[in-house]
Write a protein that binds this ligand. Sequence first.
Ligand SMILES: Nc1nc2c(c(=O)[nH]1)N[C@H]1C(S)=C(S)[C@@H](COP(=O)(O)OP(=O)(O)OC[C@H]3O[C@@H](n4cnc5c(=O)[nH]c(N)nc54)[C@H](O)[C@@H]3O)O[C@H]1N2
Ligand SMILES: Nc1nc2c(c(=O)[nH]1)N[C@H]1C(S)=C(S)[C@@H](COP(=O)(O)OP(=O)(O)OC[C@H]3O[C@@H](n4cnc5c(=O)[nH]c(N)nc54)[C@H](O)[C@@H]3O)O[C@H]1N2
Ligand code: SF4
Ligand SMILES: [Mo]
Length: 751
Amino acid sequence: MDITRREFLKYTAASSAFMAIGGPLAFAASKDQTVDHWVKGVCRFCGTGCGVMVGVKNKKVVTVKGDPNNHNAGFLCLKGALMTPIIYAKERITEPLIRKNGKLVPATWDEALNLTASKFKEAIKKYGPTSVAYYGSGQALTEETYLASKIFKAGLKCNNVEGNPRLCMASAVGGYVTTYGKDEPCGSYDDINAATCFFIIGSNTSECHPIIFKKIAARKQADPNVKVIVVDPRKTNTARIADIHVSFKPGTDLAILNAMAYVIIEEELDNYRFHSKYVNFMDNQKNKRTFEDYKKFLEDYTPEKVEKISGVPAETIRKIAKIFAESSATMSLWTMGINQRIRGVWANNLISNLHLLTGHIGKPGATPFSLTGQPNACGGVRDTGGLSHLLPAGRLIKKREHRNEMEELWGLPKDSLNPKPGYHTVALFKALGEGKIKALLILCTNPAQSLPNVNKYRKAMARKDNFIALIECFRDAETVKFADVVFPAAFWCEREGVYGCSERRYSLIGKAIDPPGKCRPTVNILVDLAVRMGVDPKLVPFKNSADVWDEWRKVARPTPYNFWGITRERLRKESGIRWPCPTEDHPGTRIRYVRGEDPNIPKDYKHKYFFYGKPDGKAVIWFRPYKGPAEAPDKDYPFVLTTGRVIDHWHTGTMTMKVPELRRSFPNAYVEINEKDAKKMGIQNGDRVLLETRRDKMVFPARVSDVCRPGLVFVPWFDVNLMINKLTKDAFDPGSKQPEFKICAVRIKKV
Ligand SMILES: Nc1nc2c(c(=O)[nH]1)N[C@H]1C(S)=C(S)[C@@H](COP(=O)(O)OP(=O)(O)OC[C@H]3O[C@@H](n4cnc5c(=O)[nH]c(N)nc54)[C@H](O)[C@@H]3O)O[C@H]1N2
Ligand SMILES: Nc1nc2c(c(=O)[nH]1)N[C@H]1C(S)=C(S)[C@@H](COP(=O)(O)OP(=O)(O)OC[C@H]3O[C@@H](n4cnc5c(=O)[nH]c(N)nc54)[C@H](O)[C@@H]3O)O[C@H]1N2
Ligand code: SF4
Ligand SMILES: [Mo]
């Protein structure tokens, strides 16, 4: 069944209304008042990180409602409220599986653990520690990622530790680190209540961070002076509340951001007192330059020149630059439209440039705020260092002093950690295809559907001579097809652990119920596996995730990530606390880098701002030139294909497709086409349209609307039966190594 555009609009309108009145809360509670008890937790889905209360009756989850004490004040979107059928889905994997004669068959825990351990040991013995790898997730618990990363880096001396945040947040990390010297946003959700201008670029907040969008919409409703600017080549639901929606040629927003800086300076709207004191100007070769040099650099980006590149009228660029600068507090929000690009890091820098130029930073409401995608990309992967070049709490593998510090904390001999960063994600799966990776452990991610140019990497996973172990919950996840061993994991509230959301807030997911069958918490699976792989048991002395949490607190304590005060006991009582949080009586931090707000800055520090991630305490305005996408449209492939999300589905659909209400709203993928293009090609709603890129081709039902601009088509990627990643390109940002999911060239034809 394919739903029409009208039904779609009706549905999303209904679902936003539902959400806005706190529907699921009232709905769920009135439907089942008689739970035995409520357990505090965090939503399983997006990086908004809404607090939930899980209602348990007769040892079963019967309902989920919003936690009134967390930042979401009791509100949830439909995905968060409709978790129950996922927990009890018939597709749950409830016993270990081993592939025999091409088929996965039930096995004991001992058999599955021993087989996996022996394959890893054999590979390391024959080919060295770089022949094995771990591929994790921004949806795994913090304790799980910290532990897996430690087992591989400290236990096996293998830095091939990666995860799906490489597909998602790597460019944001690169942006924050190059601009401020440290990862993670400076501001918090509190800023939403004080901002008078929201600059939303490359984020479909209404569908992907619905509760944040609800806060923005409420703020705008409460104060008519609040302006919303949405910069997106699609007229998304987010754009529909905008005062100005800037549509442009996909991939040209670097030029637009530079042009905004040009206008701000031309109009003398820059904050000279701020940037002359707290900012260094740097060119692309990392040379220190002057404000005058910056002005010269920006001459290539006059609004008139950029109109030609981007298709945005010069007047519009002038207008949005002025609103950005003149508002009393501007908050920028961005996600994958910026990060999933071959110049994702630069695009991130250019957003920060505007804040540093105008001084819209470190004051309530004024902040460059990267929205994180997954519920625990920040807390789990970014903070604990679950990528191939990182060590915990912002430390780097290539820095000897950081390695030595970690060696001491982990009780390892000096200079024993491997100094060479491992493969990044695309390189890792390429290496798998070349036979260089012999054994791979995958946790809480579904790469057989989510990697770009996925045919290539499915072939890599299908090689007969490598070994893939997968920790999963559902047997219909696509990657199961490629696994040699599957470990059944305890899901969501079946085990306890911490998620850290977009605003540096750590919240605990309490254990509400026992897992089904033989499922076990992942922390225990990892510890057992490590010991059998020959890792020193002293490195993994953990009985449960609370033990891991205490070690992780200790490891972060000497760094600016210090969250020593966020004890397990506190997390059980409070609904989330934002780091830095150095002591148990510290309330947590809403604004970083500002004296009096950020506990990392001494109270008597001589200046108001201190960007302590940088050697001289100054942030950087970078000269970043415009560069287009890796694969621009041409006469053979004249359209741009972009991919992304819809409100009711999560990623590869393994969870949300199991909820009847969500499945019904979007039962399958489709191609969204502009009405003018459709008319020219004689395409109507529901017609079958062939999409062909240089990698593969596939037929989708058409959805004709004004959402995409002419020349652009959009396909959501949740549908396993219409796997758009067979068509996407695996070009990546040279700095962050994040793939350009957002842009490739495509030709389309009615069939
Ligand atoms: N419902 C739902 N919510 C989710 C998720 C989900 O699967 N479903 N996943 C979560 C995760 S992990 C993530 S990363 C986030 C993603 O959240 P978002 O990034 O908000 O979502 P996307 O749909 O991937 O893409 C965002 C927008 O980028 C625009 N875009 C395309 N090309 C360009 C360009 O060249 N420039 C700019 N400026 N914009 C462009 C697209 O038109 C699209 O509207 O969502 C999180 N929340
Ligand atoms: N075309 C296109 N592709 C994209 C993107 C895009 O915008 N366009 N976005 C990219 C981005 S931003 C991201 S974040 C990635 C996400 O890509 P993936 O992480 O691969 O997608 P998910 O569907 O979230 O996969 C999570 C897997 O973990 C399983 N799972 C759920 N809960 C648990 C648990 O508690 N334990 C364990 N062990 N397993 C569990 C689920 O069943 C599922 O198979 O995709 C990327 N791919
Ligand atoms: S907004 Fe995100 S975190 Fe909040 S309920 Fe919805 S999916 Fe869950
Ligand atoms: Mo993501």
